[in-house]
Design a protein around this ligand. Structure first.
Ligand SMILES: Cc1cc2nc3c(=O)[nH]c(=O)nc-3n(C[C@H](O)[C@H](O)[C@H](O)COP(=O)(O)OP(=O)(O)OC[C@H]3O[C@@H](n4cnc5c(N)ncnc54)[C@H](O)[C@@H]3O)c2cc1C
Length: 396
C-alpha cells in the first residue's frame, strides 16, 4: 500500500463520503466519487479476501494479474483524484439521525464537522471511529468490508488455501483443468460445486467426509461421472509446497493435484448491523440494486452483501453505489440551496413557485420542498428513491 495518509496529519477530518474497505468494491466506488469531485476517504485494514491467491482470473483485461497488483493500481488511480487513503480498521460508525436525534453514539464535538453540519441541515450524518483513535465525519458511508471464509479444521487446508485448495471453479478451475481433483464434503454446497467441476476435469472424486448425502445427491454425482468416496478425511498430504493428495482415517491415500471445498462465508457486516441495517433470512444485509441499505445514508457493496460477487462484480457494485451516493448528495445539496433561498426571500420564492406550478401562492407547501425527497424509509431500501436514483437504476 502507498504510505498511508493520516487524516489528523492532513487536518481534513470531514468528508462527503467515507468508504470502509479498499478491495475492488471500495476502490471502484472511490474512483467514481473522486472523479465526481467529492471529498472522499477510504479506510482499509489491508486484508483482502483473495490475498492467498497468486493470480486473479476472470477480470476482463486483467486476467492472471496478482490480486495485490490490481489493488495497487486502483490505489494509485484514486489518489490521482484526491481521495485520501487511510490504513487502519474502522471500529464503529455512529449515526446522527436526520431529525437531529443522536444515534448509538454521539458525534465527537468539534471533530466531525461535515457530520454535524449535515445533521443540522437535515441530511444523514455519521461519525466514523478508527481503532487508532482517529475520528472522521461523513455525510454518507459506503461499507465494502468483504467477507470471511471459515475453513474446515483439517491439517493442510489453511496452508494450501488459495493455491491448490480452492473454492471457485470460475476463478481457478481452468488452471487445474484435466487434472485429478477432489471435492471435500465439508459443506452442503459441495455437491453443486462438484457437479460444476466436471466441466474442468473428467477425474473428480467426491470425498464424503462428514456430509450426509441424500440418495438423490449420490445419483446425481455418479450419473454426472464423479466417484463418491465414503470415508473421513484425516489430513491433506502436502509435500514440497504442493498438495499431493487426501489421506483418510481408514488409511487410504487418494493422490490428487487440487482439492475444492466450500467454505462457510461470513459477511464482515458488523459496521452495518451496528447502524441498524436490516438483514434477510439468510443473514445478509438487504440493499437495493445500488447497494442502498435500510438506513438512510448507508450503502454497501461487494462480498459484504453478496457472497457470489467476484472481483469484477464487486467493482461494479462499488460503481453503482457511487452513482447513487453522488445522486443522493446532489439531491441534498439542491434541497438545501432551495431552502436557503426560500428562507432568505420567502415572498418571492412563494410567488415564483406558484408561477412555476401554475398554482396560487397559498397552495404552495410552506416548506417549498417535498419533505421526504430522496430519503428511503427505514426497512424499505427501494422506497423513497429520488428521481436521480431512479434514473441511475434505469441507466444500468
Ligand atoms: C482464495 C481466493 C481466490 C479468489 N480468486 C478470485 C479470482 O481469481 N477472480 C475473482 O474474480 N475473484 C476471486 N476471488 C473472490 C474475491 O476475493 C472477491 O470477489 C473480492 O475480494 C471481493 O471484493 P470486496 O471489495 O467485496 O472485498 P475484499 O477484496 O475482501 O476487500 C475488503 C477490504 O475491507 C477491509 N476491511 C474489512 N473490515 C474493515 C474494517 N472494519 N475497517 C477497515 N477495513 C476493513 C479488508 O481488510 C479488505 O481489504 C477469490 C477469493 C478467494 C478466497
Amino acid at each position: 500500500m502507498n504510505k498511508a495518509m493520516n487524516a489528523h496529519d492532513t487536518g481534513e477530518l470531514s468528508f462527503d463520503v467515507v468508504i470502509v474497505g479498499a478491495g475492488a468494491a471500495g476502490l471502484n466506488a472511490a474512483l467514481l466519487l473522486g472523479r465526481a469531485r467529492r471529498k472522499v476517504a477510504v479506510i482499509d485494514a489491508g486484508e483482502p479476501r483473495n490475498a492467498p491467491a497468486a493470480h486473479m482470473h476472470g477480470f476482463l483485461s486483467r486476467d492472471g494479474l496478482p490480486p495485490a497488483e490490481l489493488l495497487e493500481l486502483g490505489r494509485a488511480e484514486i489518489t490521482r483524484y484526491g481521495v485520501q487513503l487511510i490504513e487502519g480498521r474502522v471500529e464503529n460508525i455512529s449515526h446522527e439521525s436526520v431529525d437531529g436525534g443522536v444515534g448509538p453514539e454521539p458525534a465527537t464535538e468539534g471533530v466531525s464537522h461535515a457530520a454535524t453540519t449535515a445533521a443540522e441541515d437535515g441530511g444523514p450524518a455519521f461519525t466514523v471511529r478508527l481503532a487508532g483513535g482517529q475520528v472522521l465525519g461523513a455525510r454518507r458511508v459506503l461499507v465494502a468490508t468483504g467477507l470471511r471464509d471459515e475453513l474446515p479444521d483439517l491439517p493442510g487446508v489453511r496452508e494450501r488455501w488459495g493455491k491448490d485448495v480452492l473454492h471457485c471453479p470460475y476463478c481457478h478451475g481452468y488452471e487445474v483443468r484435466d487434472q485429478p481433483l477432489a471435492v471435500l464434503g465439508t459443506h452442503p454446497g459441495a455437491v453443486h460445486q462438484a457437479l460444476l467441476l466436471r466441466q474442468w476435469s473428467d477425474d473428480v472424486l467426491f470425498v464424503r467426509h462428514t456430509l450426509d448425502l441424500t440418495p438423490e445427491d449420490r445419483d446425481r454425482l455418479e450419473c454426472h461421472g464423479l466417484r463418491v468416496i465414503d470415508g473421513t478425511i484425516d489430513r491433506l498430504a502436502v509435500e514440497d509446497g504442493r498438495l499431493r493428495g487426501i489421506e483418510l482415517t481408514d488409511g487410504r491415500a487418494l493422490p490428487r493435484a487440487a482439492a475444492f471445498l466450500f467454505p462457510r462465508m461470513v459477511p464482515q457486516d458488523e459496521l452495518l448491523t451496528g447502524l441498524g441495517c436490516i438483514k434477510d433470512d439468510g443473514g445478509w444485509v438487504v440493499t437495493d440494486r445500488t447497494g442502498r441499505t435500510s438506513v438512510p445514508g448507508v450503502w454497501a457493496a461487494g462480498n459484504v452483501i453478496d457472497p457470489r460477487a467476484q472481483v469484477i462484480t464487486a467493482a461494479g457494485m462499488g460503481s453503482a453505489a457511487a452513482f447513487a451516493i453522488n445522486g443522493d448528495l446532489t439531491d441534498e445539496d439542491v434541497r438545501r440551496s432551495v431552502e436557503r433561498r426560500r428562507q432568505a426571500h420567502p415572498a418571492s420564492a412563494r410567488s415564483e413557485a406558484a408561477h412555476l406550478n401554475g398554482a396560487r401562492s397559498e397552495d404552495v407547501h410552506p416548506e417549498g420542498v417535498r419533505p421526504e425527497a430522496g430519503r428511503p424509509e427505514a426497512g424499505r431500501p427501494e422506497a423513497g428513491r429520488s428521481e436521480a436514483g431512479r434514473a441511475e437504476g434505469a441507466g444500468r
